[in-house]
Design a protein around this ligand. Structure first.
Ligand SMILES: Cc1ncc(COP(=O)(O)O)c(C=O)c1O
Length: 436
């Protein structure tokens, strides 16, 4: 397919070197199954499920049809004081796969909005219980919780926050869980549980009763697949319980089967109070996110308001948009019908071994993996991140899409991928990386 346009200039692209990109654009003109087709006609294996959001593969006709039919039947319903069937159906489907007693679902339009919403739910919950003095939040170094002001306030990645002053005050960060001693560990490292005691120290310093919630990605994703040490999440849960602090799992990447279970919460057998999610909720076909909360949180906030009053002054024009719900409902059906969480679990052994086979390469600093998610961390060359950025570009022309953050390449195959796709990823990676 010929790609033509008058100008690339007007579109200010997100998280992109605009000048560099526009001088040498990489345009995807088609996406099908496990592949992209670029504007020069090249075939590119999508080894990161887009941005971790397309586990069912690209171009699923069932999703396209459902969205098309929905737009013709009911394209838009105001979500405040009105409803449409699709959002209730989708909330039930999500609640069915979240751990009990997480049974209430608030819809938003992205992962970033799910974080802002979770922050506000935590504030509203404590206020409703007469604990409005809990104004502090705890996050972690190397955390990524999206790009809205709430998420940036929680962020632990320097580039995402150093430009932006005036973020939310009162956020304290724990250390991240990467440790030199654990390099090249497949799955959960056995060392590092003591890092959870950072939360104890924060409680001792600021007073546990001043903290509203702790936000963690069960596996820190965007920073390069930092798998929690054995016992770490369990200990964070314990400390939260000791101090009445809400535990929020940001499952925007780990949600919907990526770890071989519906959520990381089930994979690690630790139940948070609030879960944020997005991405694979609709297989990336429509922008959508959600926040799922325990019954007690929903009931406390709802019961605190007078009869007939709005209980939670929050929501978006596009919360639970009919087209997004249509995509979400079909996506959730396909996960179940095709047993895709089980398939992800089965493929993860082969995938993990394949990724770790790259360990012998001279350029490799670390490899981490869990489920269908892995990171290859390269030894920096020149400025940190320069190698990763260049490699993401050159790999694309070699027919492989991998999302790099700094010098970490994050690999996340689709759940419909076959062993031959994993082999193709690894062969292409080995070919490119051995030239570094
Ligand atoms: C853990 C996590 N939280 C939040 C977000 C933000 O999601 P979005 O880009 O949809 O706003 C992301 C995006 O990658 C993420 O990985």
């Amino acid at each position: 397919m010929e790609f033509t346009t008058n100008s690339l200039e007007e579109h200010w692209m997100p998280f992109t070197g605009n000048r560099d990109f526009k001088a040498n654009p990489r345009i995807v003109v088609k996406a099908e199954g496990t592949y992209f087709i670029d504007h020069k006609g090249g075939t590119v294996l999508d080894a990161s499920s887009g941005l971790f959001c397309v586990p069912l593969g690209h171009g699923r006709p069932e999703i396209a049809k459902a969205v098309h039919d929905q737009l013709l039947t009911n394209d838009y319903t105001p979500p405040f004081q009105l409803g449409h069937p699709g959002s209730f159906e989708l909330a039930s489907k999500v609640a069915r796969i979240t751990p009990d007693p997480i049974n209430h679902v608030f819809f938003v339009n992205s992962g970033s909005e799910s974080i802002d919403t979770a922050l506000k739910i935590a504030m509203a919950y404590h206020r409703a219980r007469g604990e409005g003095h809990r104004t502090r939040f705890v996050s972690r170094e190397r955390a990524y919780h999206g790009v809205n002001i709430g998420g940036v306030s929680l962020a632990g990645m320097v580039k995402n926050r150093e430009t932006f002053s005036g973020v939310m005050p009162g956020v304290v960060t724990m250390r991240h869980t990467w440790m030199e001693e654990n390099v090249f560990t497949p799955g959960q490292p056995t060392r590092g549980v003591e890092l959870a005691e950072d939360l104890t120290r924060i409680c001792e310093t600021y007073g546990g009763s001043t903290i509203a919630a702790v936000f963690v990605e069960p596996i820190a994703g965007s920073t390069g697949c930092l798998v929690p040490p054995v016992g770490y999440l369990e200990r964070i849960r314990e400390i939260c319980d000791m101090h009445g602090i809400l535990l929020v799992f940001d499952e925007v990447i780990t949600g919907f089967g990526r770890l071989g279970h519906a959520f990381a919460s089930q994979a690690f057998d630790v139940t948070p109070d609030i879960m944020t999610m997005a991405k694979a909720l609709t297989n990336g076909a429509q922008p959508m996110g959600a926040v799922a909360v325990k019954d007690e949180i929903y009931e406390t906030i709802t019961d605190a308001a007078p009869e007939n009053a709005i209980e939670f002054f929050h929501g978006y024009t596009y919360s639970g948009h009919p087209a997004a719900c249509a995509a979400g409902n079909v996506t959730q059906d396909i996960f179940q019908r095709e047993n895709l969480f089980e398939r992800a679990a089965k493929l993860s052994g082969y995938f993990g071994e394949a990724v770790h086979s790259l360990k012998d390469l001279e350029c490799m600093k670390d490899i981490r993996s869990y489920g269908l998610m892995a990171a290859i961390e390269l030894k920096p060359q020149g400025a940190p991140g320069a190698l990763g950025t260049n490699l993401q570009k050159s790999l694309f022309w070699d027919g492989l899409h991998i999302k790099f953050t700094g010098d970490n390449g994050i690999i996340a195959p689709q759940f419909i991928a076959e062993e031959k796709h994993i082999d193709e990823m690894i062969d292409k990676l080995r070919g490119s990386l051995s030239k570094i």
